[in-house]
Design a protein around this ligand. Structure first.
Ligand SMILES: [Zn+2]
Length: 251
């Protein structure tokens, strides 16, 4: 199984081991720095830590950690040029499988300009992007995201993440791949399963988004096992367990 969105820097090796032993082979670790960034070099250090340190830590516990780097909307008040330069380098070196997570949270001017620039880097280099949608004002912010994306990037390169039953209608008619985050206080596995049953299994990815916030490292496993218990066709289950992620991210 592949967990398509986690925050490895916030989690212990014991969590990685628990995931591995429960059947998660691979996870994609995304960027987000939870504390005040005194400058852009602090963010660069955070990103390089995920790339060079967490991926080794994952491997030690059995987990194949892939990496997505970029400027999270909550971190977009720093001077971004140093990170843009490094993004080109990481893409060129094939260090990262996507730019992410990027997106919008509070709709500040900084957020919007950093979001647009990272979409443009994705489009120019044909790199996938993982787009965060916020917990608060999700509908309203998603509307702005939907306006911005087609002006800056091919929709086929985009994962729109943290989608729930309230906003599925805003994204189902786009060319995006859609991320379902099963996490305490965000979405229950039953809600994710209801979306899959209604819209089919072809365009969806599952993830736990484990972070410093309340998290369940096994939420992807539990969702997949629940699909099996419900008797869903194995071919369909395999799509959201790993096939869609493998094909989309080419991992
Ligand atoms: Zn996240």
């Amino acid at each position: 199984m592949i967990d398509t969105h986690i925050h490895s820097d916030a989690r212990s090796g014991e969590d990685f081991e628990k995931m591995y032993l429960s059947g998660i082979d691979s996870a994609i670790s995304c960027s987000f720095y939870p504390y005040t960034l005194f400058n852009e070099e602090v963010l660069l250090n955070h990103l390089e830590k995920i790339l060079n340190y967490d991926s080794k830590r994952g491997k030690k516990y059995g987990l194949d950690l892939k990496v997505a780097l970029g400027i999270h909307p909550m971190n977009s008040y720093i001077k971004p040029d140093l990170i843009y330069e490094n993004l080109y380098k990481w893409i060129e070196n094939k260090d990262i499988v996507a730019i992410g997570e990027i997106g919008l949270e509070k709709l500040t001017e900084d957020e919007i300009s950093v979001f647009k620039k990272q979409l443009e880097i994705g489009d120019e280099t044909k790199t996938k992007v993982i787009v965060h949608t916020p917990r608060k004002r999700k509908e309203e912010v998603l509307k702005v995201i939907n306006d911005i994306i087609p002006q800056h990037i091919d929709e086929k390169l985009v994962v729109i993440d943290h989608i729930n039953p309230n906003v599925i209608n805003q994204v189902i008619n786009k060319d995006y791949t859609i991320g379902l985050t099963v996490q305490p206080n965000k979405m229950e596995k039953e809600e994710a399963i209801a979306i899959l049953n209604e819209y089919g299994y072809d365009r969806f990815l599952l993830n736990s988004d484990i972070s410093y916030k309340p998290s369940n490292p096994l939420s992807v496993v539990e969702t997949i096992r629940e699909l099996k218990r419900k008797g869903v066709d194995n071919k369909e289950i395999e799509k959201v367990a790993y096939k869609n992620a493998k094909n989309f991210f080419k991992i």
